[in-house]
Structure formats: structure tokens, C-alpha cells
Ligand binder design. Sequence first.
Ligand code: WTA
Length: 635
Amino acid sequence: MSNYHIKNLEEYFQVYRKSVRNPEEFWEEVAEEHFVWRKKWDSVLDWDFSKPEIKWFDGAQLNITENCIDRHLHIRGNKTAILFEPNDPNEAAEHITYRQLHERVCKFANVLKDNGIKKGDRVVIYLPMIPELAISVLACARIGAVHSVVFAGFSSTALATRINDCEAKMVIASDGSYRGAKTIDLKGIVDEALTQCPGVETVLVAKRTGATIHMEEGRDHWLEPLLEKAYSDFPAEIMEAEDPLFILYTSGSTGRPKGMMHTTAGYMVYTAFTFKNVFQYRENDIYWCTADIGWITGHSYIVYGPLANGATTVMFEGVPSYPDFGRFWEVVQKHKVTQFYTAPTAIRALAKENLDFVTKYDLSSLKVLGTVGEPINEEAWHWYNDHVGEKKCPIVDTWWQTETGGVLVSPIPFSTPTKPTYATLPMPGVQPALMDENGKEIKGNQVDGRLCIKFPWPSIARTIWGDHQRYKDTYFSAFEGKYFTGDGALRDEVGYYRITGRVDDVIIVSGHNLGTAPIEDAINEHPAVAESAIVGFPHDIKGNALYGYIILKETGESRDRDNLKKEVNQMITEHIGPIAKLDKIQFVPGLPKTRSGKIMRRILRKIASKDTGNLGDISTLLNPEVVDLIMKESL
Ligand code: WTA
């Protein structure tokens, strides 16, 4: 187990050096020791970032669910695999053992098969955080179908776009969902989406809220009766190492969402390896990641990584504020959680509330705390460290992306000394580089630049579904021979990395990636809107919030502004979802543009952030006069 569980800083450096000197040998050892393979690989790594083409463990055969479930049965059959904590604290938690998980996944796989799903088909999953979500993900993997989970907070339009993009034949949904005190009509959203999705033949519906819903004859089926009848074993489909495992959509700075495609073997090896090391996972720990499985964090660190390690992973259906702001800590106490992984935005929201919500619970079970999704500010870091970890739990600030599949930069708890706001050091096998604007690598310490990765790691996304050219353009064209992350970063005097934020037109709001273009497209559909531009500005809880500058058409000029603002946010909710609503809307006579017609977002960002001391040279703009006009009326 020597290279698998890092125990101190010296060992980290040893392992890291080895992983960089000889990556193939390093990853081969990890893959050899810790997984079950139907057939071993012919080569560990083939890669060419110029195409780009990346293959890990080519020639190997496996099924990831045999690694996540079957192989644990004889030693951990009665151990809890998934610990489901419902939205309502008065509803009992559900402990699903590895044996039960095996049975439920097999039954589900049989239902998929009986409904015409076979290896390679795409299945869209639109479910709340209930056990069926994890089980359906695993059932797809067992049968070799490619799952694409769509976060159940996305609107019907966003859902339809994703279903059509990956040409899914089936959608798995529920009647409704609970979110704090609210009940959401999930099936209604699906029905609306499906009016635009002629390719969907079947909808399987899990019962959660018991709401009365429309069931389309011939298309929609209740899941429960089908599962009851289904056979409880299902031989795992044998998959090639590079067969697609899932597609997960993420926002880009332009246009349509990008369906990041992850494949089987490398993803499994890397998520299992990082889970174990980043959380210093030990047998019998109770691990809880508060993310939704609709995001990459949930894929890698609620489902695949923990289960590949035979861990107990908590699945939480609710929200941090329901029934009150102590819910997280009540759950930690109740289940004696040992590792707790959440987003800075949640920490900031909870830190604003009375400290009693934390102190009245016994948090002594906690060993390691984690954050992910956006930079964590110093104040939130200290609050987390002082009041949740009681200064005894290292905080792992984990930097990574949907595209990277797993954590790339993070402290190793009890090995890497932490430093507030720093993600610190690269994981074994990860080779970061900071680049200047001319495409040159910036060497040495105490420098900052654009963050790239020079060498492939096993869980890098292999393509954008249906658009390999876009994959190449987005990630491999800005800096030759390197994967470009879209983030800026600095490296301090000892080589620690701090992620400073996006350098493209993606804005991270409450940990969610939002592209400016899709939001602007949604706004521009409003009949009174001529043009719009979205930028981010700092927000206490969300990290960033959205500021919209909107030019009205002449016909819109006479409309009531408050009503228009509401309608604009309504458009956004319908096209994307409530997470993309604008906090501030300013109607403007024009937008600052370059002579080639490009909107100067840098200037708009400064105005939105009330940082107008140094706007830079605006004289070269096509219309410098609008800058003053916008500033005068800024919100
Ligand atoms: C940001 C989430 C600072 C970053 C796993 C990245 C972070 C984007 C951190 C990916 C962190 C994520 N510190 N920034 N610890 N973690 N980010 O695809 O800008 O939802 O590029 O993946 O979130 O977001 P995504």
C-alpha cells in the first residue's frame, strides 16, 4: 500500500517525484494493486495533446461497478455503503449496505435492459438526491450505458438541450422533490422538456413526494413495480478501459453547454486514489460530501471514489438551512461523520448565522474538512477551522474541475501544512505550469499566471461529446502542448498554489459555473431587449453575483423598469434555472465595445465591482462616451 496512502510530507515529496519522473510506472502500480480487472492493459498511457488524444490503460477490460460494489461483498457485505439522510429530519435515515446496493443496482440494470437500454446508449438522469440517483448511475455503469446526470435545479429548457445534445433514449426522473420547506414538481419540468425531445422513448419515474402527476401512456413507467419484479442479479457488462462512462455538462464561456465525456478505467483509478489520499480515508470512517450528484463533485466524491474504496458515503437530500441553520452539524453529530466536504458558499452562509447553531452539536467525530468549487476567502476559512474543525481538523482546499474528473491540487491532510486560501500542492502525477500571456511558462516561485497542466492524469475528460474540435479549441489551443484550465493562479515562495479565479467568461456563483453567453442569450430573447452583457461582482455569500447591463429596444423604453427586471429574471429561470438569476440589472444606453465590436467586459466588471479608480485606457473604444453614462447610473 506504500504509494497509495501518503502519510507525511516527506513521503508526499517522494511519491510526487516518482510520479513525475515515471508516470506510467506510478499509475500502473496503483492500478495493479487496488482494482479488479477482467483483463490487464496493453499500454498504460498513450497521449498527444495536439490532437488531442489521451488513452489510459488501453486494452484493459473491467466494469467499474465490480470495483465499487461486487468486490466488497465478501468482506463488507453488511457494511453501509450509502447512508441516506432525508430532507426532513423526522424521516428516518436509510442505511444501504453493500449487499443491498448490489441487489438494487442489479435490479435497476435489469429494468434498464428490459426497457431497451444497452451498452453505449445514453440515459439522462434528472433526480433529486435520493438513493435512486446513485443507484441509477451505477445501474447505467453496470450495463455499460452512458449516464448523463442533469442537476435537478436546471429548467426544462436546459434539460431538453442536454437530452438532445447527447441523444438520450431514456430519462430517469421522480414525481417530485423536496428542498427544505419546498416541494418541486420535477415531473412537470420533465414533461415540458420532453415536448422538445423526440428521441426519448422511455421515462422511468421514482416515487418520492407522492404528488399527482401526468404519466404519458406508453412512455412513462413507475419505477417501483418494475424493480420489484426484476431479477436481483445482473452480470456486469465488460467494458473497455476507454469506453465512455458518463457525460456531464458544464458551462463554457460561449454557446451551448459542453458535454464533458469521461471514460472508465482512468477515471476509476484516479478518483479512488485521490479520495483515499485527499480525505485520508480509513475503514469505518463516515464520509460526507454535501454536493449534489448532479455536479462532478458528487460523481467523483459521493459515488465512485468512496465506493471504490468500500467507504460509507452519506447522501443528503436537504439544504443547510432547513429546518434551521444547524442542519449540517446535526447530521454530523447524528452519524458521527469523520470527513466533511462542502462549498465555500455554504460556509459563508452559515458563518453569518448565530454560532449556537454550531456549538450546540458535538462535532468531535470530525477528522478532516474539505472545500471545493470556488476560492475560499480567509474569513470563511478561519470560521470553518475555528468553529467546525475546532482547530483540530486540517482543511483540504481542493482545486479541480468537471473536466479534470478528480482533485488536482490539494493538501494531503496531516502531511501538507495548510495555508488559508491556498490549495497548496499538486496531487501525485499532476504537473501544473503557470503561463504568461505570450504563452511562455513562468518558472520559479512568487509568480502568477494562467494555470495549465503539462501532462495527462488518468481522469482527464477525453472529449466534448459530439464536438472534439471544441474540446481542442477550448483546452488545448491557448497554450501549445498544454491543457489550459481557464483559471488564474499564483505560486508562493514555497511553491504552494493559490487559485485566483477564472480568467475567461465563466463566472462562479455559489460554486456553480455559469457562462455569460447562455445567460445573455436567454435575456436577449425578451422582446424588449436589444442587447445585454453579464459580469460578476463580489458577493458576501455567493462569492460572485451576476450584474446585467441591458440595452432596451425602442419599444421597451416606455415599459416599467421593475416589471422588466422581473421578466428578465423569469426568462433566465426558464432557460437555465434560478441559479443564474441576476442580482442587479442596469438599463444602459450602450455597451463599451472595441473597434472590432467586442464588449469590453473588463470595464463592466470594474463598474459592477465599484472599482472605477483605474479603468485603463478607454480612448481606443468605439464608444468611450458610454462608460461615463454607465458609471453615473451604476447600482
Ligand atoms: C473553481 C468543481 C478555487 C475553478 C470541482 C474551477 C476553485 C471551477 C476550487 C471548476 C478551489 C473549483 N479554489 N477555485 N478549491 N475548486 N474552483 O467544473 O474556477 O464545477 O475552474 O468543478 O471552479 O468548477 P466545476
